[in-house]
Design a protein around this ligand. Sequence first.
Ligand code: PSU
Ligand code: MN
Length: 323
Amino acid sequence: MQTHPERDDDGDDDAGIRGIDGIRGIRIGEAVREALRRGAPVLALESTILTHGLPSPRNLEVGLASEQQVRELGVEPATIGVVDGVAVVGLSPDEIERLCTADGVVKASVRDLPIARAKRLDAGTTVAATAWLAHRAGIRVMSTGGLGGVHRGASETFDESADLGTLATTPITLVSAGVKSILDIGATLERLETLNIPVVGYRTDRYPAFYVTDSGFSLDYRIESPAEAADLAHARDELGLPQAVLVANPVEAARQLDPEFHDRVLAEALAAASAQGVVGHDTTPFLLEHVQRATGGASLEVNLEVYRGNVALGAEIARAVAR
Ligand code: PSU
Ligand code: MN
């Protein structure tokens, strides 16, 4: 069964935040609301991947195709984003198109949500903002491409994605292909440990690095099935722990970006970012764009393959969790 916020057992009166349309401050799309009411499986999808991660017009194709993919697996998709200041859980196809094509769409992590609301902005939501909104709406499972993490040089810049801190307090199950090697993967794994966030490999003992199957870092635990992921989420809930469970789902080795090519392009991208003084939340989109251009689109194809795989696994886990 889906756990609705007003039925949780944390002792506070979550019913009070329920407005006529669902949760106060959040608009829940009709189909998503209906699925949640029935306890049917729902899979949350982020939108920064569409607004800031993928080039146009692939972003719109991917946004709509992923929803279709989720539906074909018998799961209700809930793409999450901000339209005219309103946080929407379950964007309509028109709203997805608007976020993919309009000018001035910002990237919103959790701290940007109140600003976007007050200023009536359009925004793609990051993993952090998406997970937080999804959880608040009562959704248990989410898929993304790559997670934010600790940036290289973070010991000087303090640039660590708000994804990590948010996932430490947001009990959702999140499927990703690890973090991209534009980040400091070792430091990211250390921070996940510090933040008490469980990470398991899906049929692997190796932490993936998004474009490549193996980051060089190993994982202590692996799971073999969606049912095992659901067991893990239930165990977390029984213990009353607030952390997300991270399921690391690697791209098939035969379909990864050639690791040597990958390392070379990455080194160039990092040098360009540093030469142009790119900092803060512009860093991830800048590096991704650079890698996409420098690989002549090969990284984009891997990116889409990785994302399809995560969406498929997320949908299966959503079904297992709802059972
Ligand atoms: N990593 C990717 N692609 C992405 C992102 C991360 O491989 O599109 C996006 C996600 O939405 C993630 C966000 O939550 O970037 C992290 O950004 P920041 O480091 O500014 O928190
Ligand atoms: Mn950052």
